[in-house]
Design a protein around this ligand. Structure first.
Ligand code: AMP
Ligand code: MG
Length: 371
């Protein structure tokens, strides 16, 4: 039987003075203490603009092994290295291709992760044994101050137990990792709400391995053609052969109750979702829904009784940024109810909506119906 060391997790509030950048935080005693814990091989959860990350010194094998243990993450699912300055990139990747450099200049700091050929400084445990490494510069004053103070590249996957929705608030991190890590920096809710876009830059044409906070359209504006990995496009889990991004193999973000994703356009979409909810209700199921504001308006207009359903409002269908910011909180909140069947409303896949749809497909374990 495994005997796990119980850690005394400290939750520390970090307040960012309005209108100020990371510099003002560098001297903060809380940031200094957290940076020291990282330098000594410990685990620190911190906010980024996407979701909360669980950080360790990415060049220290033992510290990185601690991340996998705390999350229960499969060892072959590699981590993203987070950096605060361009100079650090050269330590990790000896030869940065010109195209990758252009992308970094355009989108960093920001929710874009570049997959590049790895240099010898990066230990195998960080990259899950791959000869490539994933790197990004987060756009969050607390993350940037912590990374600068630590002075090392910080490996940081999402700060959740593997298989749970990514955390977008410090309370989500506490719920999953209390007693397993050293420090949680609480910087409030994360603005983007979905993870970074993972872009493979090892070939001539960049390939999106995971849609995220930077849209395909925005990437194409800078570098022309960008491809979508076929597994992302088809919305299927990789069950055959090796995945280009090991994370694709794993079923992420799944709520406790089984979920189904309904795709289509209103009003047909709204009619189909309503029928399905009424059917499940009649079968004695406790129905949970992730719905847009427009669906709620439709129910009100049609006088549909939704009082027995647990409804989480994700925001407007016309505002993918709002949907992204709310999706994981809604999934977690549904998990805290007694629902037995979940219906997820499909949204337009343009812009960041592509990342939202990708996460909804995963939450539904690829059970999708078309309206
Ligand atoms: P997370 O940090 O939990 O958001 O997950 C990081 C994602 O980046 C996973 O889907 C990984 O499989 C992917 N990733 C990290 N490093 C690499 C790499 N070297 N090659 C391809 N995908 C990677
Ligand atoms: Mg994750």
């Amino acid at each position: 039987m495994e005997v796990r060391m119980q850690k005394n997790t400290q939750v520390l509030q970090v307040v960012v003075p309005p209108g100020r950048g990371p510099d003002v935080l560098l001297s903060s005693p809380v940031i200094q203490a957290a940076a020291k814990v990282l330098q000594q091989g410990g685990l620190v959860a911190f906010p980024t603009e996407t979701v909360y990350g669980l950080g360790a010194n990415g060049l220290d094998s033992e510290a990185v092994a601690g991340i996998f243990a705390a999350k229960g993450r499969p060892a072959d699912n590699p981590l993203i290295l987070h950096i605060a300055a361009m100079e650090t990139l050269e330590q990790i990747v000896p030869e940065v291709p010109p195209l990758a450099r252009r992308l970094a200049q355009s989108f960093w700091p920001g929710p874009l992760t570049l997959v590049l050929p790895k240099g010898p400084a990066v230990p195998a445990v960080t990259t899950g044994g791959l000869d490539t490494v994933a790197v990004r510069m987060p756009d969050h004053p607390i993350a940037l101050a912590l990374l600068a103070a630590a002075g090392v590249p910080v490996a940081a996957p999402s700060a959740n137990i593997s298989g749970r929705p990514s955390p977008t608030e410090a309370a989500h991190v506490t719920a999953d990792l209390q007693g397993r890590i050293d420090i949680i920096l609480d910087g409030g809710p994360t603005p983007v709400g979905v993870e970074s876009t993972v872009l493979d830059c090892t070939g001539t044409i960049p390939v999106i391995l995971r849609p995220g906070g930077v849209s395909k359209e925005a990437l194409e504006d800078v570098v022309g053609t960008v491809e979508l990995d076929s597994h992302v496009q088809e919305g299927e889990a990789v069950t055959d052969g090796p995945a280009r991004s090991p994370g694709m193999k794993y079923k992420h973000y799944a709520p406790k109750a089984p979920a189904v994703l309904v795709r289509g356009e209103p009003p047909g979409l709204f009619m189909r979702i309503t029928e399905l909810a009424q059917e499940l209700d009649a079968q004695g199921e406790m129905v949970g829904l992730m719905a847009s504001r427009e669906l709620l308006d439709y129910w009100r207009g049609q006088g549909i009784d939704q009082s027995k359903w647990q409804v989480m409002s994700m925001g407007s269908r016309t505002n993918p940024g709002e949907l992204a910011a709310n999706i994981y909180r809604c999934l977690r909140e549904l998990d805290e109810t007694n629902v037995t069947q979940i219906i997820l409303e499909g949204v337009p896949a343009a812009g960041v909506g592509l990342a939202v749809m990708n996460r909804l497909q995963k939450a539904a374990a690829y059970r999708v119906v078309d309206a």
